[in-house]
Design a protein around this ligand. Sequence first.
Ligand code: R5P
Length: 326
Amino acid sequence: MKDKFHLKIISGTANRKLAEEVSRVMKVPLTPVEIKRFSDGEIYCRVLESVRGCDVYIIQPTSSDASLNLMQLLVMVDALKRSSPERVTAVIPYFGYARQDKKTKAREPITAKLVANMIQVAGVDRVIMFDLHVAQVQGFFDIPSDNLDMIPQFAEYILSKKLGEIVMVSPDAGGAARARTFAKVLNAPIAIIDKRRPEPNVAQVENVIGDVKGRTAVIVDDIIDTAGSITEAAKILVEHGAKEVYALATHGVLSGQSVERIAKSHLKEVIITNTIEIPKEKLMPKFRVLSVGPLLAEDIRRTHEGLPMGVVYEEMYRKLEKKVKK
Ligand code: R5P
């Protein structure tokens, strides 16, 4: 790899396993960093190696505890920026607060924008993220950003299951574009669930738009949080005659009773990624976790070497298309 010695990867504490995987794939050791909490909860951080003139990548999803992990990221960026690196890239595989991207009622904040401001003010030169809740959140940053996705890997996995006649399902109107992309890639029809949110974290499912009868339904979402959306969707899909129901989502937030809910649901399998580190006790047999590590490593390598990433996706889609046609 060109200029390997000037590339540094640093991990926060939010998803060390993913950072270790990226480090293994890239054959670049993690730069040691000391991260501690004072007894009052304040965060302390010191980078234990010189980063002068280096191209530094900090891997830190702002998953639960979102505010704490965000603050840790900011403190790490500050420690780095005072140590003369060439460039600092924040790799935020899961961007917490992304769902607060607009005002829906008077006197509400747009917290996703606030978080983007904070990251920029801290001195980050570039951000790498995965499957943002809505792609427009990229526009909250005035620095270069990558919004990677795992569509080819998910699609490949679904193909490998040989599910027969499938229908891609969006659990709400907001996710229709995502489901449509999958449907196009897999040459399948789509259906949309009419979901309402009477209050935050409560999913009320009203109807299914589209024909799911006799097909295997694959629900596509960005986040599984309380799992209300996917379990309620699975229920109504079965009521409308779906043969089996699978769900896939990039980010396994898995809060509250989500795991128990999935266990008791009609869902046959739930496919997620490791943008968020999932504790072992939550990983029940219904889950299948795909790793974002290799793709992230490739993006970091290409960013470091000033190479485009679009060609990687083009190649993945070309291969996929051949498999779908078979
Ligand atoms: C909502 O717009 C998102 O795309 C997800 O559908 C939502 O965050 C999932 O949340 P939950 O699992 O709590 O229903």
